[in-house]
Design a protein around this ligand. Structure first.
Ligand code: UVW
Length: 329
């Protein structure tokens, strides 16, 4: 178990503030340059596409924390409206929506359905923006934490990374296969930097500058079989922040709820790797990704690298974003 002093020392070691300028809000996505994007595209050899996003639905993994709910999806115009509104809508002047829909649906064959979704941006497959987590009242690159207001994140919002795509070479590290786990990595068995090296070596893949590393813990497969979104499983030990820093990784994503191990490896704080990655390094975290089909394909052909395309939504000032990432081989 590390101490808060050790945590702060590692924070100082991996801190990228000023590395790409005092006004930088991209963080380690800066490692992805034009050559890297072209290299990633050259990894597409067969045209096999793997969607890495999970369902956005009421059956999602939220519920354990009162501050996060599963998506609420409601229809705002549907076939049930047609008959009634075509007959009574026009002239229903005190209900403007009914009146307008009545005009659409009267005396012509045109019909349509509309819907809306209400959800925490962190509910399902997502990117954490750099403004998601902080400590000592400072965000990445020293921006004040108070710059995230009720109006959104003025600094380090998800909209700030739009220019990066996000696309790069993706590398899957399959911890489930490496450990020979039944479904997922058992709680209390955090993933160490040495183990990441061993997995990469056994898969015959290297991790380098600008890569987006995908860590398979099996948590999502487990959730699909149990429906228990509160089950903890295992994730990256906080010391993996140094490994990600040393390898000049652009971003890291996992198939679990928090990428890092749910048991804090630092006495006196929660989620130390979140703080080191998002706030000190400027490295985005992806959570609730689904690697099942991709992992099966990688095991079959022995190729663990691919083009990854994972653009967040341009939600102005948001501290995270839903994403439907695509891996292409
Ligand atoms: C927090 O860090 C609070 O949440 P998440 O694991 O979704 O990033």
């Amino acid at each position: 178990m590390g101490t808060l002093d050790e945590f702060r020392r590692l924070g100082a070691d991996v801190r990228n503030w000023g590395r790409w300028g005092d006004d930088d809000e991209l963080g380690t996505l800066n490692f992805i340059d034009a050559e890297k994007v072209a290299e990633a595209a050259s990894l597409v050899r067969h045209g096999r596409v793997f969607a890495l996003g999970v369902d956005f639905s009421s059956a999602g993994p939220q519920g354990a924390f009162a501050f996060r709910q599963n998506p609420v999806h409601v229809m705002t115009v549907d076939g049930g409206d047609v008959t009634t509104l075509a007959r009574y809508g026009v002239g229903w002047s005190r209900n403007l929506a009914a009146h307008q829909l009545g005009e659409f649906f009267t005396d012509n064959p045109f019909r349509f359905n509309d819907d809306m979704i209400v959800m925490p941006l962190q509910a399902a497959t997502q990117w954490d923006a750099l403004s998601h987590v902080y400590y000592d009242d400072l965000l990445y690159n020293g921006f004040p934490a108070g710059s995230v207001t009720s109006l959104g994140a003025y600094h380090c919002g998800i909209d700030k990374v739009d220019a990066k795509g996000i696309t790069s070479r993706g590398v899957l590290l399959d911890l489930v296969a490496h450990r020979g786990a039944q479904t997922f990595l058992e709680h209390g068995t955090p993933i160490t930097p040495d183990e990441l090296d061993r997995v990469a070596a056994s898969q015959g893949v290297t991790v380098g500058r600008g890569d987006i590393v995908l860590v398979r813990t099996g948590w999502w497969s487990r959730f699909l079989s149990t429906g228990d979104g509160a089950e903890l499983g295992a994730g990256l030990d906080w010391s993996c922040a140094a490994w990600l820093h040393d390898h000049q990784v652009a971003a890291v994503a996992a198939d679990n709820l928090m990428v890092e191990d749910p048991v804090s490896g630092v006495e006196g704080t929660y989620l130390p790797m979140h703080m080191l990655c998002l706030r000190d390094m400027g490295m985005m975290l992806g959570e609730y990704w689904d690697f099942q089909a991709l992992a099966a394909d990688c095991a079959a052909d022995g190729v663990y690298e691919f083009q990854l395309v994972a653009p967040p939504l341009r939600v102005t000032g948001a501290v995270g974003s839903p994403v439907n990432p695509i891996a292409i081989k």
